[in-house]
Design a protein around this ligand. Sequence first.
Ligand code: ATP
Length: 544
Amino acid sequence: MSQPASKQTERMEKIVSLCKRRGFIFPSSEIYGGINGFWDFGPLGAELKRNVKDLWWKSMTRFRDDVVGLDASIIMHPMTWKASGHVDTFADPMVDCLLTKKRFRADQIEPQSGIIYSYTGARDEASGKEIDEPYSVLLTAGKPPESARKVAIQFYAQRGLTNPVLLGETTEKVENTTRFNPENGSLLTEPRMFNLMFKSHAGPVESDENVVYLRPETAQAIFVQFKNVLETSRQKVPFGIAQIGKAFRNEINPRNYIFRSREFEQMELEFFIKPDEVVEKTAGPVATFREGEWPQGEPQPNWGWQAWHLYWVQERLRWYESIGLGRDSLELHWQSREELAHYAKATVDILYKFPFGAQELEGIAARGNYDLTQHHNTSGKSMEYFDQEAGEKYIPHVIEPSTGVDRLVLALICEAFDEEEVTDEKGKTEVRTVLRFHPRVAPIKVGVFPLLKNKPALVQKALEVRDLLRPHMTVFYDDAGAIGRRYRRQDEAGTPFGITIDFDTIGENGPATEGTVTLRHRDSMKQERVKISDLLGILLPQVQ
Ligand code: ATP
């Protein structure tokens, strides 16, 4: 069930505070005041991120025969970005607030309705100096006209009038305008294009000849290395190349915590397929699917771009489910004709229902053979593939599932965050904060606790258990404080299992329980008695 906006904002605030408090995420260079759009992952965040990347990598490459990996440089030949279109078109239309200079993406301004208060200019009361620059403010419902005038006075004061008197006020009713700053009502500039690539120079001289860019996506390296990978990996189309790596975008408006950052990591797959005409030639009529129909079972020789596209959407949904993001938390957005890039045949966005709204986690695009063709033409090097079965050469088409590690980490934290009222043995109720991570992604898999730290036999056994598990999973050994407190600390870190070594373990209560420990489950808080020798067998299948 969806919650009211204020509850969602409160939830997000709690998540941000927990992430800082428990060492998931810190503002980058915080001692200098931080830097907008850049974030650091602390001890728990680093483990979480690593798990996400490892799980993606395993499912995309190691568990498949038809996908291989790549780890390319961040800075590439600048022609790459000319060919890909990023130099000329990787730009968003931007608008600036005329009052605060704050910059927004023009296509992200929420339409607003109200009354526009327009002025032809203003005069300084004392000096009589006049400014004849027109200016407008949008007054939304429920606000007094004085608030519009106040904004206009600030605008003219910024232009050098000490005590501005507004001139030529007129009003006009509007609906759904995007020309005004939603935060203060001020008029915005006309949209201007802004290139999102970070520029630098390679080598000692800062000249136009040695301009380089920090890559805004990892995908282009895959296209550029297509031939090298093909020739060395002995793959045949259809096959894919996967890559995880940093990407940089000088986003105008980094926001929603780490959702939109300027430095982030992407996990991208380019899955190369035969053009439909070639499929038809070698396998007969190409499989088609009506709306709502999905391909079933293993990939088939008669699959064209549509089947492969749908296949990857399903694969990706299955993967999200396997790490704890079920279908209920996700939405699919099929891009409309107007939204699609000119070369794309279809794109599906997988959205996660963040507390600040359902937003893109991953895009799965059927990109035709646009990218390889661009590099083929720009570099003069052939990107063609000789298909032995079809007996012809072609530039393969591609399906691209592309997702962001940081966004996914945020989605996993949002999904996991929970607060519940619990009553302790003494009847006292308190709020338990718990991150219900799927054991596969949890930063720490198991906490190991000797019941008392001043009993050497307990400590020694606990260290043995730690060392038994450590080669297989992340273990956190904690002997400080009351056992209940230690459990709570691990609940907040999202640790799914806790193992306590007590007097039963060391045989003080008879041989029946010797060599057993209590295994506590984070979500139910239930405890069971298990043999140390059974621990690996119980835990491993759940955390891998
Ligand atoms: P948006 O419309 O949100 O800017 P996009 O459609 O431009 O995203 P793509 O270029 O398709 O994004 O990038 C693929 C994935 O990379 C996105 O689905 C997202 O997970 C991630 N990503 C893109 N931009 C950012 C960013 N600024 N911060 C964090 N992750 C990002």
